[in-house]
Every structure is written in C-alpha cells, then in structure tokens.
Design a protein around this ligand. Structure first.
Ligand code: PEP
Length: 246
C-alpha cells in the first residue's frame, strides 16, 4: 500500500504569526496515519523546525550555488530543514516561463540535495477543451521527470491549471482517467512506477476531499488555499486517513 500524502502549498502567503496554524494542526494530526507536508514560503522553512510535519520548498534553482540573485538552491532548502521541494507548479511555469527541461533539472537538483521532488503537471482549460489533455500530460511526464526518478524521490501532482484556485474541480471520471493514464506511463518508464505516489491538486476542500480520495490512483492531494488554515486543512487530512482506495 502506498503511503498517502496530504501536501499544503502556502504559495506567497504566511508570516511567522501564521505558524500558529501548524501548532493547531499538530494538536489534531500530530501522529496522523498519513504523511503531511507543508510547503511554506522559503522565509519560514527554518522556523518550522519543531513541527512534526514534513517541510518543503515551493521551488528551487537548478544550480547548487552561484550568481543567481533572489534564487534559492535545493541544498539551501535542505539546510533550512526541508525534505521535499515542489517543482513545475503551474504558477512557476506561467509566471517564470519554466519549461519541462527546467522542471527536470530542478527536480534533479532536489534529488542531489536529498529532497523528494513533487513534480507538478496539468493541462490548461484550452488544452482540456481541445481534447489534448492526455497528450499534454504525456509531454510533461516525458520532459519533466528525470531518468533518475524513483518511488522514493518522486511524487507526481496532477493539477489541472483551470482547477487551481478557481473552485472548479474535474469530474471524478476525468480525475480517474488522467490518474490511470499517469500510472500507466510511470509503470512503463520506471521499474517502481506502480509505487510512485500521484496526488490530485486543484480546489480540494473538506467538502470534496472524500470523493476525490475514492478515485483509484489518487494517493493524496496537493492543496493550496485550503492548506492555510488548520480548520480547512484538517478535514482534508481526516478524509485522506479514511480513504481506502489504495
Ligand atoms: C495549488 O496551488 O497547488 C493548488 C492546488 O491550489 P488550490 O488548492 O487553491 O486550488
């Protein structure tokens, strides 16, 4: 059975005062039966050292060090206390022009620093409406995942761009189709592809989490807005603990 993962992406939100939310989460889920990952802004990573949860960066540079003003390397994230890094989030792909090749290089930098990469992929609304979702997914999977990936160092997050922060969620059939497709591709390419965790992300909330977690090959969630407050993230974690689809 794959270890379930509830991952929260705080994006560019969170000051030290917001760490009180982690303390509240710890009261309910300090010894949860699932993995819990929080990706706060880089400024808060070292301040999370006492939390029982895994901590991740939201991005890293592909180089270890050098003249890259404003950037943070994977080694720096690890040094600050992170054990995961998100790569290829659609906001990075859109706002910073990150290509699949860059995402693969960043993921490899994460591995080299001992981090688990959560590699994000997903189609835009135009691509969904044009019927090209699965071919877009194929291209992203082929280009964004390093050859050195395995089930220990890699998690895939399927996040339809049109579902992120919009309140729109694909149907369960649409989620099932894409997750099954991703599983097939991972299994074709990697000897332990059947064990790589695949998260769904995009407007997951307490009210829809249980049904999403009932979908085969959904091994957890990457959650944005609903991860900021313990009161919103907690029911998602509870639903994941109760899920028995995998
Ligand atoms: C995300 O940022 O990865 C995300 C899924 O956001 P939200 O849950 O707010 O849609």
């Amino acid at each position: 059975m794959l270890r379930k993962l509830a991952a929260g992406n705080w994006k560019m939100n969170g000051l030290r005062a917001n760490l009180a939310e982690l303390a509240k989460l710890e009261e309910k889920h300090g010894d949860a039966g699932v993995d819990i990952l929080i990706c706060p802004p880089a400024t808060l990573i070292s301040a999370c050292e006492d939390t029982p949860f895994d901590i991740g960066g939201q991005d890293c540079h592909m180089a270890t060090s050098g003249a890259h003003t404003g950037d943070v390397s994977a080694e720096m994230l690890a040094d600050a206390g992170a054990s995961y890094v998100l790569t290829g989030h659609s906001e990075r792909r859109t706002d910073h022009g990150e290509t699949d090749a860059m995402v693969a290089a960043k993921s490899q930098a994460g591995y080299d620093a001992g981090l688990i990469a959560v590699i994000c992929i997903g189609e835009t609304l135009d691509e969904r409406e044009a019927g090209t979702t699965l071919s877009v997914i194929d291209t992203q999977l082929a280009g964004s995942i390093p050859a050195t990936a395995d089930a220990e160092n890699t998690v895939i997050a399927y996040e339809p761009v049109w579902a992120i922060g919009t309140g729109k969620v694909p149907t369960l059939e649409q989620i099932a189709e894409v997750h099954a497709h991703i599983r097939a591709r991972l299994t074709e390419r990697f000897s332990d592809g059947a064990e790589m965790r695949i998260l769904y992300g995009g407007s997951v909330k307490g009210s829809n989490a249980a049904e999403i977690f009932s979908v085969p090959n959904v091994n957890g969630a990457l959650v944005g807005g609903a991860s900021l407050k313990a009161a919103d993230f907690s029911p998602i974690i509870t639903a994941l603990e109760a899920a028995s689809n995998f």
